[in-house]
Design a binder for this molecule. Structure first.
Ligand code: DAH
Length: 350
């Protein structure tokens, strides 16, 4: 065994038993570095004749490449080990129960969603869902807002420009109303559905957030009309606001997807700095509604000679803020522990 071969064997042995990235770096320097072991041999080359120089030079080169290969694969191995160790030590078991001294709170939106679902199911409504990423056809066209309809511009839509197909550009839905069409297309009337979900508009201040939630209700049946809509919404609002004497005003309005259309106001008064519903002569708008436009029923493949429809839409955060006195809309979506401690609800101890 030559001296160089012996050195190679001992270097490979050192690399193989190295168990630490820092030590490996020091070892690499000691072998391949400027003043390392190999450099010493390279210095000797100049004293050799050309024949011996070529032979010794090629031996040094193969030693270099062998040791470099081993150093690299060792480095990879140690890096993987380090990562595995890190993942293991930083593991969080999300299935563990919450800390007993910190049980968490129910988000006001979750609470109100449950209250609303309970009331609407008592009228025979079932839950329907639709995608957050909609397209122009369902969000606008099928809701009786053809291309260039001015109502499209009012919605401050987030378009996903790159994505488009036969149904137009993709977009983040600006309202839950497209669920109406999807429900009509996938079910045969009679229909009684509600949906609760997130909607998106490019707007941001104390009363507008780019993401908020809406509730949509729809009935498609024989012999259904505005009087049924009035009864359902009146009863719903009195139960939701827990105010038997709540006054409800249907104010004529316009939506492209309903005819006739109305906005619904409820009466209130401020007492000791707090809003009280069902007394006083002040009015607050809470909802939009109407008799579904025949064009919308046609888009939903509903036989308009047999069926009529009624629909309504609420803003979920608005209802929640009014009922529970939550001032600023932005807090709903910020992960602030202080907000949820103030406005959240304790878990039921039942
Ligand atoms: N989609 C409307 C909006 O976002 C709300 C609405 C109004 C929904 C009237 C309805 C309705 O179903 O009948 O402003």
């Amino acid at each position: 065994m030559t001296e160089l071969e012996r050195l190679q064997a001992s270097c490979l042995f050192e690399v193989a038993r190295c168990g630490d990235l820092k030590k490996l770096d020091i070892l690499k320097n000691a072998i391949l570095g400027k003043n390392g072991k190999i450099a010493e041999y390279v210095k000797e080359l100049k004293n050799l004749n050309s024949e011996a120089k070529r032979k010794f030079g090629s031996e040094i080169n193969s030693f270099k490449s062998k040791i470099t290969e081993e150093l690299n694969s060792k480095k990879q191995e140690l890096k993987t080990k380090e990562l595995e160790g890190k993942l293991l030590s930083e593991f969080v078991d999300v299935s563990l129960p919450p800390r007993p001294d910190h049980p968490g709170r129910i988000h006001p939106l979750t609470k109100v969603e449950e209250e609303i679902s309970n009331i609407l199911s008592s009228y025979g409504f079932s839950f329907a869902d639709g995608p957050d990423i909609e397209n122009e056809y369902f969000n606008f066209t099928a809701m009786n807002m053809p291309d260039h309809h001015p109502a499209r511009a009012m919605h401050d839509t987030f378009y996903i420009q790159q994505l488009a197909d036969n149904n137009g550009r993709k977009l983040l839905r600006t309202h839950t109303s497209p669920v109406q069409i999807r429900t009509m297309l996938s079910n045969k009337p009679p229909l009684r559905f509600f949906s609760i979900g997130r909607v998106y508009r490019s707007d941001y201040d104390a009363t507008h957030t780019p993401m908020f939630s809406q509730i949509e209700g729809i009935i498609v049946e024989k012999n259904i009309g505005f009087s049924h809509l009035k009864w359902i919404l009146s009863d719903f609002l009195r139960r939701f606001f827990e105010a038997k004497n709540l006054k409800i005003r249907f104010r004529s309005s316009f939506f492209p997807f309903t005819e006739p259309s109305a906005e619904v106001d409820i009466n209130y008064e401020i007492q000791d700095g707090k809003i009280v519903f069902g007394i006083g002569e002040k009015w607050l708008e809470v909802c939009g509604c109407g008799v579904i436009h025949p064009n919308v029923l046609n888009y939903g493949d509903v036989d308009v000679t047999k069926y009529q429809g009624i629909a309504f839409g609420f803003g979920l955060e608005r209802l929640t803020s009014l009922k529970y006195g939550i001032p600023d809309l932005r807090g709903y979506f910020e992960p602030d522990e202080r907000w949820i401690s103030t406005f959240g609800f304790p878990f039921s101890t039942k």
